[in-house]
Design a protein around this ligand. Structure first.
Ligand code: KG4
Ligand code: ZN
Length: 370
């Protein structure tokens, strides 16, 4: 079985192909292409939805072709497409004219590949971007007669750590991985989720204001670092061998009785530190970055340990997901404090199609089992 997935929820365009061979107990990503738009959004200090939409429209067909080619299922045909099909495609893509032209060219040149299912992210994310991916999936579904599996982006992040470096998911066919505790930390979300089994979730805590990644991005901006700021902060924080009390930032809500988070106070603390004393950026930028990073990590790990102690269910492991889970200090501290914690491969931390295909496989399996 082959699942082709599409991810366009924010500023990364992702297309992947997952192969499942249940008899051989094999679940493997065969192609995973991502087109990052960082350079386009960087001058604006954040993602500009209209630009992101345009880029998704431009990127999808090239990534589709690359993916099919990688799996050796991109086969040319005699050129042509009937008028009825053209009219239907125009209807599906009436708001995406560039995508329409690229797809007309694609469908008239290539045969239907042996794809069994299409998976597409339907949210949460930026609405105009999500629609490009959804309409693209609809067009493929119309021409290839494949069903579409709609996927929640967070479900993708939640199970992304099950993919190993070769793109295989040896865990996935096993039933004994649940219940598990998930921590999603991305640019848009910070959520602690109890997962009893696939599809059965309880949100234990979430951010009341900024997401962890958003805080990294905003503080980076205050420190004069480019967007996206997470990696930049981590990079300059590496120059600091030891924190001292010259710079001290709060750990918001670290001892609150619930499992919620709050990061906007931390950002505000950096704002006042810099505003009251602008030279500090020149003198102590690395130190501020290191203290900020440590503060975020301290809060995240403390709340995760608290959730484990509270044992909503009898967790077998803790899984992390989302862009911030790429942070190396965070990985070190989580490993020190929690024995059974797993992280996504670095290539699967930020948005990608592979995690969407894997979540789709869970949904398909559930349907087949019931
Ligand atoms: O999951 P993701 O790619 O997109 C969303 O779904 O939001 O996460 C992006 C976020 C950005 O805020 C970025 O600054 C942050 O992940 N990030 C990091 C690191 N790499 C990316 N934050 C901290 N440390 C990193 N190494
Ligand atoms: Zn994401």
């Amino acid at each position: 079985m082959l699942i082709l997935s599409i991810e366009t929820s924010c500023d990364d365009t992702g297309v992947s192909i997952l192969k499942v061979d249940k008899r051989k107990r094999e679940v493997k990503i065969l192609a995973n292409f991502i087109s990052s738009q960082i350079k386009i959004h960087r001058p604006y200090g954040g993602v500009v939805p209209s630009l992101a939409k345009r880029e998704h429209q431009n990127n999808l067909v090239p990534l589709l072709k690359k993916s099919l080619k990688r799996v050796k299922i991109l086969k040319e045909k005699e050129r042509g497409i009937n008028l009825d099909s053209q009219a239907s495609l125009r209807k599906i893509l009436d708001r995406d004219p560039d995508l329409f032209s690229a797809l007309i060219e694609f469908f008239s040149s290539y045969r239907k590949p042996p794809i069994n299912y299409l998976a597409v992210t339907i949210g949460p994310g930026l609405e105009p971007c999500l629609w490009v991916g959804i309409n693209f999936a609809k067009a493929l579904s119309y021409f290839w007669h494949c069903p579409i599996i709609p996927i929640n982006h967070l479900e993708g992040h939640l199970f992304s750590s099950f993919l190993n470096s070769r793109g295989e998911a040896p865990f996935v066919l096993k039933k004994n991985i649940f219940p598990l505790l998930g921590l999603i930390i991305s640019g848009g979300h910070t959520e602690l989720i109890a997962v009893r089994q696939f599809g059965e979730y309880k949100i234990l805590g979430q951010t009341r204001d900024d997401a962890a990644g958003e805080a990294f991005d905003k503080v980076a901006r205050l420190l004069g670092l480019p967007y996206p700021g997470g990696k930049e902060i981590a990079q300059i924080a590496k120059n600091v061998s030891q924190l001292d009390n010259q710079i001290s930032l709060p750990r918001p809500m670290i001892n609150s009785p619930d499992l919620d988070f709050s990061f906007s106070g931390l950002k505000t603390a950096v704002y006042y530190l810099v505003k009251d004393n602008p030279e500090i950026i020149q003198q102590k930028r690395n130190l501020i970055a290191a203290e900020f990073q440590q503060a975020v990590v301290d809060v995240l790990v403390e709340k995760t340990v608290k959730a484990l102690k509270e044992k909503e269910w009898d967790y077998k492991m803790v899984v992390l997901g989302g862009g911030v889970s790429a942070n190396l200090l965070l990985r070190k501290v989580f490993k020190e404090r929690i024995s059974r914690v797993i992280f996504p491969q670095l290539k699967y931390c930020s948005d990608n199609g592979a995690m969407i295909a894997l979540a789709a496989w869970y949904h398909i399996q559930k349907r087949l089992d019931s």
